[in-house]
Structures are given as structure tokens and as C-alpha cells.
Design a protein around this ligand. Structure first.
Ligand code: ATP
Ligand code: MG
Length: 368
């Protein structure tokens, strides 16, 4: 079995010591080491610029700086050091080691009692510690991001569920008055229908919210997805909407992509549904195309509808955003937010090109 190759920068001004490390690291069991050398702080910077090293062995005293000063300089302010450092100290100055550990070194060794085993172990441990640090940093950043999203989401949900609920309560109060007054028949039935209407809007909202929050949660079912087949299904599903309006959906040549078919269907359904729904005077026409880029497929869904003002292009991808001009049409404002989440979870990007009165093109990419 071949050993992992690791690049180590040895910073020491004594040629004999450097030779010693070279000899010791030539006899290791768990990794093969490629060594670079520096005999000063200035040479250290030059070597680090020239080579992507995995670890630095750092002597405590150099002609132009102490090891601790070099550490300070290289580690900077971040909580996670940019590189694993192992400090080399002399007998009797272990306080330097303590100082170095405080400033970001992962380990220290005392010169004079080094063995191939102890040197190798220190280097490998230092590399592993820094890798763990980075992993933790990534997790922390992920958590902070999802926490921010959740908070925003919760406040938006609370706000948007209030509206249909307030409608239901108003209607029920009116219904109570009707019944108190002894009214029956058509008027009362209409009230009941209104309550049912507002309640089903809430149900729809909750269903979409659930879908929205599920994306990115459970593992995606990634598999080859034939986009022409998916489009045919979506177009068939939207037949009622198309026929009522004289709308047409057409598409050019489309590839097979890698993705979650259920989520990609949602994307196409939302985008084509919007293209049909936010129409101008002419019968709605929606066209889906795809071009191949170096690393991705770029899809476009274009319509001849009402268009979106450029000042709204960012905002329409946020949850619950509906433009005032479409307030009279059904919808919860989650469609594009779902599309964005799905596309980004597939490693792609999404955006819109449009002006009021000039139709809309929503584009998205999926990695190949
Ligand atoms: N193709 C389009 N043409 C014009 N306006 C659009 C188009 N697509 C979206 N919009 C505008 O962006 C808003 C947000 O769209 P989105 O799809 O997120 O929500 P929705 O269609 O209102 O509701 P939902 O998709 O959840 O049923 C819409 O309300 C509409 O104002
Ligand atoms: Mg929509």
C-alpha cells in the first residue's frame, strides 16, 4: 500500500538540525514526507507562497524573528489556523512551547530527544487537528445560516398564516350573527362557502410550506432525469390551465440531467404555471429551452406575459413575495422560493430577465 505523501516546511536556521529532521522523516511508517526548507522568517514566507504545504515545523529562534513571532504573523486573527504548526523548542525553554500553543501551534517537540516516531506523530496529529477545526467551522457556519433562515421563515409564516385565519374568524363571527338573527338559506350557505374557501387557502399554504421546508432536509433521490419526459408530464398536468386560457407550452431539445425528479418537476411546474398565469392580453405562450455550457446545463423558461420590473427581480425569489399587480390571481408566493431552493440544492443557480410588458425569462442551471 502506498503511503500518503505530505509536504512539510522545515523552518530552522541550523543546517545540522534540518539534516536531522530530513533523516528522521525519511524513516517514517505512516506517511511519506516531501520536505521544503527555510532558514529565516523571510524564507518561510517565500516557501509558503511557492508551495502548498500540509504542515510547518517551526524552530523557536531564527536570525530575523522568534518562532512565536512568525506564528503570530501567519496565524492572524482567525480562530482556526490556516496551517498546522509544530513548534520545536530547546531544553529548558518549554515556556516558549506554551506560548506557541496559545498562539495557534497544534503541538511542540523538544529538540534533542526527537525520534522518527515522535516527529511523525506530532505532524500527523497537527494535520488532523486542523482538519477537525475546519470541519467544525464549516458546521458552525451551516448552523448559523440555517438558524437565520429559520428565524426569517418563522416570522414570515406567522405573518402570512394570520391573514386567512383572520378572514375565517371574521366570517364565523358574521355567521354567528346570522344564526342569532334566525337567518337561514342562501345567505348562510354563502358564508359557510366563504369560510371553506379561506380554510382551503390556509391548507394550501401549509402544504406548500411543508414542501418548502422539506427541500434540503431529507436526502435527495438523485438519478438520471429525462427533462423532455418530465416536461411532457408537467404540460399534461397543466392542461386545464392551458385550455381555459388558450395557452401553449412548447420546448426545444432538452437533455437528461442528474437530479431529484420530484423536485425538478416542481421547478418546471412552478415556472410554466407562472408563465401561463401572469399573462398579458395575448394568449399565453411558454417556451422551455436548454443550452449546454462547459460544466452545466442552462435552462430558460420564457413567456409572453406581463413581465416583472427589474427592481423586483431579486425579491420575487423570497418566500411569500407576490407583486401587487398579481394580487387578484391565486397563489401563495412560494413557487419561486421553492424553485430557488431546489436549484441551489442541486448545485445550480437561478435568475430572471424581464421588464414590465415585455414577457419574462426565468433561467436556471444544473451541473452536468
Ligand atoms: N412569469 C411571470 N410573469 C410575471 N410575473 C411573475 C412571473 N412569475 C412570477 N411572477 C411574480 O412573482 C410573484 C412570485 O411568484 P411565485 O411563483 O413565487 O408565487 P405565486 O405564483 O404568487 O404563488 P405560488 O407559485 O406559490 O402559487 C408572483 O406573485 C408574480 O407577481
Ligand atoms: Mg407561482
Amino acid at each position: 500500500m502506498s503511503l500518503p505523501r505530505l509536504k512539510v516546511l522545515v523552518v530552522d536556521d541550523s543546517p545540522e538540525d534540518r539534516l536531522l529532521y530530513r533523516r528522521l522523516l525519511g524513516r517514517t511508517e505512516h506517511a511519506a514526507f516531501e520536505l521544503f526548507e527555510a532558514d529565516s522568517a523571510a524564507a518561510t514566507h517565500r516557501q509558503l507562497d511557492a508551495h502548498a504545504v500540509d504542515c510547518v515545523l517551526l524552530d523557536y529562534q531564527l536570525p530575523d524573528a522568534t518562532g512565536v513571532e512568525i506564528l503570530d504573523d501567519l496565524v492572524g486573527e482567525g480562530a482556526t489556523p490556516p496551517l498546522p504548526f509544530v513548534m520545536l523548542t530547546g531544553h529548558g525553554n518549554e515556556h516558549v512551547a506554551v506560548e506557541a500553543m496559545k498562539r495557534g501551534a497544534q503541538d511542540y517537540l523538544v529538540k534533542g530527544s526527537l525520534t522518527a516516531g515522535s516527529l511523525e506523530r506530532a505532524i500527523l496529529n497537527a494535520i488532523e487537528k486542523v482538519a477537525l477545526h475546519r470541519e467544525l467551522d464549516r458546521h458552525r457556519a451551516d448552523l448559523q445560516r440555517s438558524n437565520r433562515e429559520l428565524l426569517r421563515f418563522a416570522s414570515v409564516v406567522a405573518h402570512d398564516l394570520q391573514n386567512p385565519l383572520a378572514t375565517v374568524m371574521t366570517l364565523l363571527r358574521a355567521l354567528r350573527r346570522d344564526l342569532e338573527d334566525g337567518r337561514t338559506g342562501e345567505a348562510v350557505l354563502t358564508r359557510v362557502d366563504d369560510v371553506l374557501g379561506a380554510s382551503s387557502r390556509m391548507t394550501e399554504l401549509i402544504r406548500e410550506l411543508l414542501e418548502f421546508s422539506r427541500i434540503g432536509g431529507a436526502a435527495r433521490q438523485v438519478q438520471p432525469v429525462s427533462m423532455p419526459d418530465l416536461l411532457q408530464e408537467v404540460a399534461d398536468g397543466l392542461r386545464a390551465l392551458r385550455e381555459a386560457d388558450g395557452g401553449e407550452v412548447s420546448w426545444g431539445s432538452l437533455p437528461v440531467v442528474h437530479g431529484d425528479p420530484a423536485q425538478l418537476r416542481q421547478v418546471l411546474q412552478n415556472l410554466i404555471g407562472n408563465g401561463l398565469k401572469y399573462r398579458a392580453d395575448a394568449p399565453p405562450q411558454v417556451r422551455v429551452d436548454c443550452v449546454e455550457q462547459q460544466d452545466a446545463w442552462r435552462f430558460t423558461v420564457s413567456d409572453n406575459g406581463a413581465g416583472i420590473d427589474p427592481s423586483e427581480h431579486q425579491r420575487v425569489f423570497d418566500a411569500f413575495v407576490r407583486l401587487p399587480e398579481s394580487a387578484h390571481l391565486p397563489g401563495t408566493g412560494l413557487g419561486l422560493a421553492i424553485c430557488k431552493k431546489v436549484v441551489e440544492h442541486h448545485g445550480g443557480q437561478i435568475g430572471v430577465e424581464s421588464r414590465r410588458g415585455e414577457g419574462t425569462t426565468v433561467w436556471f442551471t444544473l451541473p452536468k
